[in-house]
Each structure stands twice: as C-alpha cells, then as structure tokens.
Design a protein around this ligand. Structure first.
Ligand code: MG
Ligand code: MG
Length: 282
C-alpha cells in the first residue's frame, strides 16, 4: 500500500456533518437491526434483503450495491473471510463468526460501518472468537480515541496496534493485523483520501483538522495477517484459514471532540467510558 502522508484533509462544515450523521445513523440502525435478527439457518442473502429494505425505507440508498459491480447491500464475511464477502445462498450456522459491513447514502453523503458477531449469540461462540471480536472492537475504539484535531492522523493506527498487542498479551496469542486493507476518508464518496492504516507507520500523516471525517476499520485475525482474494474477485480470506473480525465506524472530529456518526448513540456511551470528549452537533 502506498502511503503518501502529504495528503491534506479538508474539514466538513457543521451543516455537512449533520448531513453525514443522517447517513451514519441509518447505517448504525441497520446494523443494530441485523444483529438482532440474525440467527442460525438464515442465508446471508436474507440478511442483505433486510438491510436493503431498511436503508431504502429510511430514505437512503445502499452504497455497496453496484460499487465496481458488487451485488450486495452488505458485505457478509464468515469465519476465515476477512472482508468483502458477497451475500448469497450460504446458510449461517450456530457459532459462525460473521462480520457485517454496511454503507448507505443519504442526500449524497455516505456512512460506512461494520460489526462482528457470533451467529446464535455469545453463548454459541468459541472462546477465542469472542476474544477476537472484543479485541477488534476495542482496537477500533482505541483508534477512534486517537483521532484528535491538531494531531497526526497516523496516531489512529498506532493506537489500534497498541490495543491489539495488549489484547494479545492478555489473551495469550499473537493477533494478526491485516495491512492490505485500511480505513479511509469519507464524505461525498465512500472511499476518499486519506488512507488510515490500522498499524504503526513511519511518519505522522496529515494533520487532523476541524471537521475531519474518516472511517476507522481494523481487520484482525486469530492467525497470520496474510490473505488472498477468492475467485469471485471480492471475498478476502486468510491464507492460514484462521478466523477474522472487522469493526468499523465513520467518525467526525471537531475541535470540541468526537461524533461517531454510525453509532446509534453517536458514540456517547463508549467515548464516555474511554474519557474522550463527545461532541455531537444538534
Ligand atoms: Mg465498510
Ligand atoms: Mg470502510
């Protein structure tokens, strides 16, 4: 991956951030609905149809659908699939580790977020999958907490890596941080500059400015980080077959703090626990 570091970030206006919140909230609500409704025996396509109906019913358009020919509203990635799984006839089984990535456009503005969960609930999970899911979610929040106006953007990746290292020590294993896919700027398109690595890189990257909006999305594995793309040209799987998790939020940074645009509560509760200023615009 080429990192240029000289990229500049253009901040959004308060009005633009409010528009992005509408898209982000719709994505967050869709993911909450899917997490509630997913169950063993369901196909990934059924989950996808639920998502499309909910996004369109909320006045949005699914952003993944048709993106470079992608055929889903969601990416549904199961077990050793890291990201970009295509919804289809696959039947979800109890104990599957499912990552759901969802994007929507409302009035031209994008939201992008992902969650990982175990089909059938936490009691159906392998202990190591729960540890992986929780470590990846915590790493996402550590990265979010490192997004500070006036500070270097690459602090996000360093915070993700440190959190994963700490989790590995606690859990007695070495987690893999996938380096081939990264977070990104977001606004009037889903993928915009700058790139946001999920690991420590040389240099500081662009400075975070007032009104910065980025998607922070660590992808973490129970084994090695090496991966390949399946013959469907989309699905990314781990080379060693180890399971992977993926969490993502679209986040706005302003001088007053953070607004997690794709969390239903705007990030208020989790940021509060992290001691990070929560700054929603009303
Ligand atoms: Mg995404
Ligand atoms: Mg993304």
């Amino acid at each position: 991956m080429a990192l240029f570091g000289r990229e500049r970030i253009t901040g959004k206006t308060p009005e633009q951030l409010r528009l992005m919140r509408a898209a982000g909230l719709l994505v967050g609500q869709t993911l909450a609905l899917l997490a509630e409704r997913v169950e063993p025996g369901m196909t990934t396509k059924a989950l996808d149809e639920l998502a499309e109906e909910h996004i369109r019913g909320g006045g949005g358009v699914p952003s993944f659908l048709g993106y470079h020919g992608f055929t889903g509203t969601l990416c549904t990635s199961v077990n050793e699939e890291v990201v970009h799984g295509i919804p289809g006839t696959r039947v979800l089984r109890e104990g599957d580790l499912l990552s759901i990535d969802c994007g929507a456009i409302v009035q031209g503005w994008h939201g992008d977020a992902a969650v990982s969960l175990v089909v059938g609930g936490r009691e159906a999970a392998r202990p190591e999958d729960l540890q992986l899911i929780d470590a990846t979610e915590a790493a996402m929040w550590a990265g979010i907490g490192a997004l500070v106006v006036g500070q270097p953007l690459y602090a996000v990746g360093a915070a993700v890596e440190d959190e994963i290292d700490a989790a590995g020590e606690r859990d007695g294993r070495t987690y893999g941080i996938v380096e081939d896919y990264v977070g990104h700027g977001i606004g009037t398109s889903m993928h915009m500059d700058p790139q946001v690595p999920n690991y420590r890189v040389e240099g500081r990257g662009p400075k975070v400015v007032d009104g910065t909006t980025i998607a922070i999305e660590p992808m973490i594995t129970l084994g090695d980080q090496d991966n390949r793309v399946l013959a469907d040209d989309w699905t990314v799987v781990t080379l060693d077959g180890a399971r992977a998790a993926h969490w993502e939020n679209t986040v706005a940074a302003t001088a007053d703090g953070l607004w997690v645009l794709t969390e239903v509560d705007g990030g208020a509760s989790r940021l509060g626990r992290l001691g990070v200023a929560y700054a929603a615009l009303c």
